[in-house]
Design a protein around this ligand. Structure first.
Ligand code: ARG
Length: 400
């Protein structure tokens, strides 16, 4: 009997060709594994296609709930945005997919795991570093990185081997999607000067076509996790899907950026993240009410670090565990409600409240009921400014 390989199977051209190629080149029997992280797809058709192309077994594993609860929401609590903009949708899915692949490989007694990434992206790194962290001895094969075929040659190979080539191959973009967002690359987006055409977007309308009337929503959080919208309690998956739909219909969630890949390439990326944009805004607003100045300041640095390591494929690392523990501890009192206005592509926070709010009206007000002792300010300023005063007296420079 031939050795087995578990292949991360998307149903697309590359991973379909990989099924045949792995058999031809390595004499491996292929078990096709499709991970459902909320990508809208006909999964039974994907499974059938894998079998038709020659996989000895094909399975679909639904991990949407785990994805949202154990990957997306922790990143939301951290406010993790790569290079200040990207909510990491693709990056967050890879460690979970790696875990599912490893579990299946162990269960099926496979000697190898294969993925369809090319040699130019971040995803190959995330898969391989993730898989290696969980199963250090398993062999990893990256057919699309190894075979060195051009797009045309891949199509020819598929035709020779009776592998159906999707007619949508003419789609000009490379797309990855899951519950948290859609990542769009390639085609005319490769020129950073080109405005993204409307057909790049699927989850959001153009802000110009969004309703003329604003929508107001209230999102409730418990310990930094969103749990209800307009007082309707929802599980994480439904809440994310609901907000994707609603915010997308108001033109919210489009991101256009140049990003620094781990492999040293700058790339032009378009993202569609309606729920992500709304939840990040709302969560940040609630933190501004419930965390102290020093917590907020330090947490910003943690957020940058957290986003960086997630992007760089180090989810399964001691460093992430340590940062996650810090983030978790900060979320203890991040409970309350945020009111948002969705209007023509813009999501604005218009209200926030919490039982644990640190905002004190009697300290902030300029009106009656003021409990702030203004006379104490003079002494405070005298002492606060003392070291600075001393230094500027003693150490005069030419600019003074
Ligand atoms: N640049 C993003 C990342 O590295 C998205 C990559 C998405 N892949 C794709 N085939 N479009 O996380």
């Amino acid at each position: 009997m031939a050795d087995k390989v578990v292949l991360a199977y998307s149903g697309g051209l590359d991973t379909s060709v990989a099924i045949k190629w792995l058999k031809e080149k390595y004499s491996l029997d292929v078990i096709a594994l499709t991970v459902d992280v909320g990508n809208e797809r006909d999964f039974s058709a994907v499974r059938d296609k894998a079998l038709k192309v020659g996989a000895i077994k094909a399975m679909v594993v639904d991990v949407k709930e785990q994805f949202v609860n154990d990957y997306v929401f922790p990143a939301l609590q951290a406010e993790a945005l790569y290079e200040e903009q990207y909510p990491l949708a693709t990056a967050l899915s890879r460690p979970l997919m790696s875990k599912v692949l490893v579990d299946a490989a162990l269960k099926e007694g496979a000697t190898a795991i294969a993925h369809g990434c090319t040699g130019k992206g971040n995803d190959q790194v995330r898969f391989e570093v993730g898989i290696t962290a969980l199963a250090p001895d398993i062999k990893i094969i990256a057919p699309a990185r190894e075979w060195g075929m051009t797009r045309k040659e891949t199509i020819a190979y598929a035709q020779q081997h009776n592998i159906p080539v999707p007619i949508t191959i003419s789609s000009p973009y490379s797309i990855d999607e899951n519950l948290w967002g859609r990542s769009i690359e390639c085609g005319l987006l490769e020129d950073p000067w080109n405005e993204p055409p409307e057909d790049a977007f699927l989850w959001s309308v153009s802000p110009a076509d969004a309703p003329d009337k604003a929508a107001y929503i209230e999102i409730g959080f418990e310990k930094g996790v969103p749990v209800n919208v307009d007082s309707r309690r929802m599980d994480g998956v439904s809440l994310t899907q609901y907000l994707n739909q609603l915010a997308g219909s108001h033109g919210i969630g489009r991101i256009d950026m140049i990003e620094n890949r781990l492999v040293g390439i700058k790339s032009r990326e378009i993202y569609e993240v309606p729920a992500g944009v709304v939840l990040m805004e709302a969560h940040r607003a609630l933190e501004s009410l419930t965390l102290s100045k020093s917590q907020l300041r330090f947490k910003q640095r943690v957020a940058q670090e957290y986003a960086g390591l997630t992007y760089d494929g180090l989810w399964f690392s001691a460093h992430r565990r340590d940062l996650a523990a810090y983030v978790q501890s900060t979320q203890q009192f991040v409970s309350g409600t945020v009111r948002l206005k969705l209007f023509k592509g813009k999501c604005s926070v218009v209200g926030r409240k919490s039982l644990h709010s640190l905002y004190s009206l009697s300290l902030a007000t300029y009106d009656k009921g003021d409990r702030f002792d203004q006379s104490a300010a003079a002494g405070f300023i005298h002492i606060w400014g003392l070291p600075n005063k001393t230094q500027s007296q003693v150490q005069k420079t030419e600019d003074d």
